[in-house]
Ligand binder design. Structure first.
Ligand code: FUB
Length: 363
């Protein structure tokens, strides 16, 4: 993993060139990464993919044989920390890419700026991406002028952008953390939602109620959401549905089951014909997974993928590349600060029965 510490930064001309093609420019110039340093590398299972900027919420995909990572871009804007995550005050996206895990990482520069999203007010949170119709789609949550999170979409001819945002959010979308999954039959589904600062608790039957607060311990836990995407990838093809996430006996979780109930950061992947729905439990900091037979669920809880990382949030993606499976995740190794995170990757292993081996983020 040592080569991950080497950063490639494009010269201005190379960066412009990279916007036209999915392969990094050969004229990229290697620079010594001295922007951010840390002295406790050996404590961690893996090292930050880049150190020149803070990155979080990595949604990884393989496009044209190359790994593209769509992360949040954390910056310090001086907003005080609170339970609603106001300190996550992000303003743009940088897309990262690499040929293979362990290879050199390219930062493709600003792919989308909040000022170029016509309906956006503040807090550009965790994105995801998809490829269809010869186009790359970037999906992102951001608050509108009423301070309500919705999910927007932007398009590009190349995976690294720059992306052009639609004028309005996806109609019927709400809350945060979109994950767009392509099933084997070519249909795309968006999984989304996040409680507390992600505002999912304010949405019941797809209607917004600003008076709704977090649920009490004995109440049923709030469920993540799904909608199939229309062929144009910019609309939902159906009303948003709840996803049933249950224990081994088929019982839905209560809010007090906060080491297993859904909080945010949904991801979907398929392994040996089964649908693996994974997510963060938020305040208990687990990354868990549950398995089902349909993209809509129900999903039965199976266990923890990643034990709590350093920091408050945990967020991930899972991809297969060249016959190996990888978990992309983040922690706060570089900064020690909740809102200045860094993305990482490690290999993920399945057992014979399809269960996932739990990963410990520290050694
Ligand atoms: O990055 C802002 C928020 O923090 C994300 O939307 C959540 O998943 C958590 O990682």
């Amino acid at each position: 993993m040592r080569s991950l510490n080497t950063l490639f930064i494009f010269s201005a001309s190379a960066l412009m060139c990279s916007c036209q093609s999915s392969a990094p420019s050969k004229t990229a110039e290697t620079v010594k990464d001295t922007a951010i340093t840390d002295s406790k590398e050996s404590h961690y299972l893996s090292q930050p993919l880049v150190k020149h900027i803070y990155t979080a919420d990595p949604s990884a995909h393989v496009f044209n044989g190359r790994i593209y990572i769509y992360p949040s871009h954390d910056t310090a804007t001086g907003i005080p920390e609170d339970d609603l995550g106001s300190h996550f005050d992000m303003k743009d996206f940088h897309i990262l890419s690499m040929d293979s895990v362990g290879g050199l990482v390219t930062d493709h520069g600003v792919a989308l700026d909040i000022k170029d999203i016509p309906w956006a007010h503040r807090q550009l949170w965790a994105p995801d991406a998809a490829f269809a119709n010869g186009t790359y789609y970037l999906y992102f949550p951001v608050k509108d002028n009423q301070d309500i999170f919705h999910i927007g979409v932007a398009t590009s001819n190349v995976p690294e952008g720059p992306f052009k945002a639609e004028k309005t959010p996806i109609p019927g979308s709400y809350s945060i953390d979109p994950c767009v999954f392509r099933d084997d039959d070519g249909k795309f589904y968006m999984y989304f939602g996040g409680i507390w600062g992600g505002q999912l608790q304010r949405w019941n039957n797809n209607k917004y109620d600003s008076t709704k607060g977090n649920r009490k311990a004995e109440e049923m836990a709030i469920l993540p959401r799904i909608a199939r995407l229309d062929a144009d990838m910019k609309h939902f093809a159906e009303p948003v549905k709840e996803i049933k996430l249950t224990d081994e006996k088929g019982n839905l979780y209560k809010e007090k089951d906060n080491d297993r109930r859904f909080f945010e950061a949904a991801w979907m992947h398929k392994y040996e014909g089964k649908y693996y729905f994974s997510y963060s439990t938020g305040d208990t900091h687990n990354l868990c997974y549950a398995i089902g037979d349909s993209p809509y669920g129900p999903f039965t809880y199976k266990g923890v993928i990643l034990k709590p990382v350093e920091g408050w949030t945990s967020h991930h993606s899972i991809i297969e590349k060249d016959g190996k499976w990888y978990l992309f995740y983040h922690d706060v190794q570089l900064s020690g600060k909740t809102y200045l995170r860094n993305v990482k990757v490690t290999e993920l292993h399945y057992n014979e029965d399809g269960s996932i081996q739990t990963i410990n983020p520290s050694k």
